[in-house]
Ligand binder design. Sequence first.
Ligand code: FAD
Length: 320
Amino acid sequence: MDRKVLVIAEMKGQKIRNVSIEALTAAKQVAGAGNVISAILGTHSAIQVDLLSQYGAEQIYIVEDSDYDEYHPELYTHAVVKLIQETQPDVIIMGHTGNGKDLAPRVAARLEFGLASDCIDINLDASDEIVISRSIYSGKLFEKKKFNSGPIFVTIRPNNITPIQQATEALTISYTVEKPSITLLIKEIVRRAAEKVDLTEAKVIVSGGRGVKSAEGFKVLQQLADVLNGAVGASRGACDADYCDYSLQIGQTGKVVTPDLYIACGISGAIQHVAGISNSKFIVAINKDPDAPIFEVADYGIVGDLFEIVPQLTNEFSNI
Ligand code: FAD
């Protein structure tokens, strides 16, 4: 079946988010001989046209307006509803980012579409029907779902779909949306100190738990993360103990991460933590307790003191 698929691309600063490129690849997978359309909002959106067309967008709707530089629930919901009404897609895909988590249910509810959130795959089965895969019960099981009717809205978890370049001659459409009257006024946006690498999109994460013992101890993890071009994460134990900011918390009530390499240092491996890391490609655990549950989910385990092992790893990798 040929389908029209709309990808809502998302910017972070002046760059397009990786997950939006992954969404384009997912869109190509399910479109068949149909169309892949992309929409992008904000001041710098026009400069992303080349990138979107390299990954298969055939039509690109640009809403170049500074009112969309920061996410505003009402403005974005209104604009995306209008874009969907204009383009009439069978499937809408966007990243399961902070904004995606808020926007997708609002739009789906407004248009009475089905919504599958936080999917790790979207593909076609033998009878050409769309099947989505997502993890449930804190990452213990994976479910596959089909939809009886469309249109459907899907958000995809970052780092699960490998982007494939499929260059097209994209048609660019400058699109203007009339603004609705808004009830929500965002007075101030307070940003945390910018992470060098976004945790949810990081390929390598060095994560610390209560075993790191202090904020000072986290500097040792940062050094290893720096040589691996990765990000630092944390267990809730470490956040509760004030060793680091809650924005670093990974797990059931923190961020869900999907790196190629997750290095857990001084983390016991409680089920609520493992819920956030189970989709990592490789898990390495460093813990001085050989019976720590983290070793049950780790691909490689190192029993020992993290303050001896982590600097050795940093030293070793900085020589490569
Ligand atoms: P601990 O369990 O205290 O483990 C510390 C580990 O460090 C131990 O295994 C110890 O052997 C090791 N260690 C100590 N010193 C060293 C050293 N020098 N070298 C090497 N190893 C050392 N937790 C999360 O992480 N994320 C969540 O999102 C989350 N959500 C939760 C939601 C709910 C509803 C509940 C009830 C709990 C949640 N938790 C979550 C908390 C979770 O249950 C655990 O309490 C927490 O993950 C423990 O953190 P930890 O592993 O850092 O600490």
